[in-house]
Design a protein around this ligand. Structure first.
Ligand SMILES: *[C@@H]1O[C@H](CO)[C@@H](O)[C@H](O)[C@H]1NC(C)=O
Ligand SMILES: *[C@@H]1O[C@H](CO)[C@@H](O)[C@H](O)[C@H]1NC(C)=O
Ligand SMILES: *[C@@H]1O[C@H](CO)[C@@H](O)[C@H](O)[C@H]1NC(C)=O
Ligand SMILES: *[C@@H]1O[C@H](CO)[C@@H](O)[C@H](O)[C@H]1NC(C)=O
Length: 406
């Protein structure tokens, strides 16, 4: 699992890590793009523990050197997560053991909390009514936007080390950074004044395919495409002296696309996973290859924004940015699962969370056993269950309505 630094204008999402598995260290600052992959092709095999195997209590993941395989045995309590033993820090195959969460310390102001230890102590002042409280409100002192209450950002004058929380700029207002726009908007740069880009705050995803955009973030400077969430696809590419929104391209091959040990397509980390081409610019998008947590130690390509599961996630993401609830979040956590959970209605929040995991962790999930996912992708498992329970209750309701009509 790769950790990617924040990129301006990129989709920033923190994972609801509470009870998440394998001790993966996400913070609220994790950002995801389809490039999250490590390109690591030395994947390992995962299977469920055989009932005949006798593990010591609390071992949730055990590497059998004889078979070169990981065996999973999910933790019995939902308050536990599976963490790798650290006695021998250099052993990548050390056992994983069930542990109870006592520390999380990641939720930003406006985000969901059950216990005070879930709120990030650097930016919050406690958990009240299941929401972390901001340290500073409008006009109060701040060093970081994460300390500011919803609807505000930390304005720090040049040369100063401290500033005050000031109101975010609404749609169509003038902006010099995406960090100034309201939670539902992104700055579209149109000119430069004294080397500072200047533009207008525009609604998330409000541009059309092949519209010009003022910026395009290239993760590595190598790819011929970049990211801007003003574009419905999230993708953009250079065009003339400016940048243009790309279409929601899809994988150029049928899903799932195997990208290691593939005798037919010969896709690997070097060749890369590619989308079909944008019909106007002829540019294709690449995605990273990530290991699956399955028996055959396979790796699969990450999804593109036009692929069904990712398209579904972007549909909910856009809906979230158009809701009034997004305005209750801290600017730096506006797409966070924990913020969605705190403020959106249950059905939408369940769908958003499920599609987030299903889309961004797609390669890991392909053909993985259920009991393995309970250990390696617990967040996905829980989100899937909540989403399915929700669907079931919706179907139940419409069934009752139908009965009443007849
Ligand atoms: C498993 O090991 C425990 C002690 O570690 C022992 O008490 C138990 O009988 C063993 N079970 C089996 C099926 O071997
Ligand atoms: C790892 O877990 C297995 C199964 O529970 C156990 O037999 C073994 O002693 C553990 N190894 C270490 C180093 O703790
Ligand atoms: C966004 O910025 C680009 C590049 O400066 C400009 O061409 C385009 O008209 C702007 N779009 C809107 C909706 O303002
Ligand atoms: C990746 O595939 C290409 C083309 O099929 C091949 O030439 C190259 O050796 C492969 N690289 C690895 C690391 O397998």
């Amino acid at each position: 699992m790769a950790f990617i630094q924040i990129q301006q204008n990129l989709l920033l999402i923190s994972v609801f890590l509470f009870q998440q598995s394998q001790g993966f260290t996400f913070t609220s600052e994790s950002s995801f793009s389809i490039e999250k992959g490590t390109g690591n092709q030395n994947c390992e095999s995962y299977a469920c523990k055989d009932p005949a195997q006798n593990y010591s209590k609390n071992t949730c993941l055990y590497y059998n050197t004889e078979f070169s395989m990981w065996y999973a045995d999910p933790c019995s309590k939902s308050s536990q997560y599976c963490k790798q033993d650290t006695q021998n820090a250099n052993d990548p195959h050390a056992n994983y053991t069930c542990e109870t969460y006592t520390s999380f310390n990641a939720a930003l102001p406006g985000e969901y909390c059950e216990k005070i230890y879930m709120c990030n102590t650097a930016y919050t002042s406690g958990c009240s009514n299941n929401v972390c409280k901001a340290i500073s409100s409008l006009d109060q002192a701040c060093q970081n936007t994460k300390q500011c209450e919803s609807g505000t950002y930390c304005y720090i004058p040049d040369q100063a080390t401290q500033g005050t929380c000031q109101a975010q700029i609404p749609i169509d207002g003038e902006c010099t950074s995406y960090k100034l726009c309201a939670n539902n908007a992104i700055c579209n740069y149109t000119s430069t004044v004294n080397n500072v880009p200047v533009g207008k705050c525009k609604a998330f995803g409000s541009f059309n395919n092949h519209d010009y955009v003022g910026s395009c973030d290239f993760l590595d400077g190598i790819h011929t495409f970049g990211y801007n969430d003003l574009c419905p696809s999230g993708y953009c590419a250079p065009s003339g002296n400016s940048y243009m929104c790309l279409e929601s391209v899809t994988s150029s091959q049928g899903l799932p696309v195997l990208c290691n040990n593939d005798p037919i397509n010969m896709i690997n980390a070097t060749t890369g996973c590619t989308s079909n081409k944008d019909s106007l610019l002829g540019v294709s998008v690449t995605s990273a290859c990530d290991c699956a947590n399955n028996y055959n130690a396979e790796a699969y390509c990450n999804l593109f924004s036009g692929d069904p599961t990712m398209a579904k996630f972007r549909q909910y993401l856009t809906k979230w940015t158009q809701s009034k609830e997004i305005l209750k979040c801290n600017l730096m956590g506006r797409y966070d699962l924990l913020c969605v959970k705190a403020h959106w209605d249950k059905d939408n929040a369940a769908a958003y969370t499920y599609y987030f995991y299903a889309a961004y962790f797609y390669p890991e999930i392909v053909e993985a056993d259920d009991c393995v996912l309970s250990v390696t992708n617990y967040g996905y498992k829980m989100a899937k269950k909540a989403y399915n329970d929700d669907l079931a209750s919706l179907i139940g309701v419409s069934f009752l309505v139908m009965m009443a009509l007849h």
